[in-house]
Design a protein around this ligand. Structure first.
Ligand code: FES
Length: 164
């Protein structure tokens, strides 16, 4: 007897059964994945260390203009192709040697996008929208492009400047 048959034998209604299933597998029933927190949804592994060490400038608002030190431990991983980091609401990726900076906020429901090195594009894990390196939508449901920022390697490739 499987779990469903067992629960039915207990006389539970279908709604009660769904509640039981949802308790056992929250992701299968929506739950937190359908209600992302756009303020701080990052998994953590792609965030720089605490504070602003290795970063100067403005990372939010309408005048985004900042530089990260690629020799600093907080940002050094960006020197490796296929790596990416989040800085405020921006995702920066080393896309096969090209530095790409886009808004990390999916235009569908605000989840945080990720860089996929194998596909060399960006994926929103919530409803699987895909974005090209210029931020344009490759696959919906995202209704519009991610905002793209200009990137420039300076200081002999040891600094990355990101501007609106
Ligand atoms: S939040 Fe739905 S695809 Fe990104």
């Amino acid at each position: 007897m499987n779990r469903g048959e067992f629960l039915k034998n207990l006389g539970l209604s279908s709604k009660a059964l769904m509640a039981v299933y949802c308790l056992g597998a929250v992701t299968a029933c929506g739950g937190s994945e359908d209600d992302p927190d756009p303020v701080n949804p990052d998994p953590g592994t792609n965030n720089p260390g605490t504070g602003t060490a290795g970063l100067t400038g403005t990372t939010s608002g309408t005048s985004i203009d900042f530089t990260v030190d690629l020799t600093h431990a907080n940002y050094a991983k960006l020197k490796t192709q296929g790596e990416f980091l989040y800085v405020a609401n921006i995702i920066i990726a080393n896309a096969k040697g090209t530095m790409v900076a886009l808004s990390k906020v999916c235009t569908h429901e605000g989840s945080t996008v990720q860089y996929r090195s194998a596909e060399n594009d960006f994926l929103c894990p919530n409803h699987l929208s895909e974005f090209a390196l210029d931020g344009s939508v490759e696959k919906s449901p995202a209704p519009s492009a991610l905002k793209a920022f200009k990137t420039e390697l300076t200081n002999s490739g040891n600094s990355l400047k990101v501007t609106a």
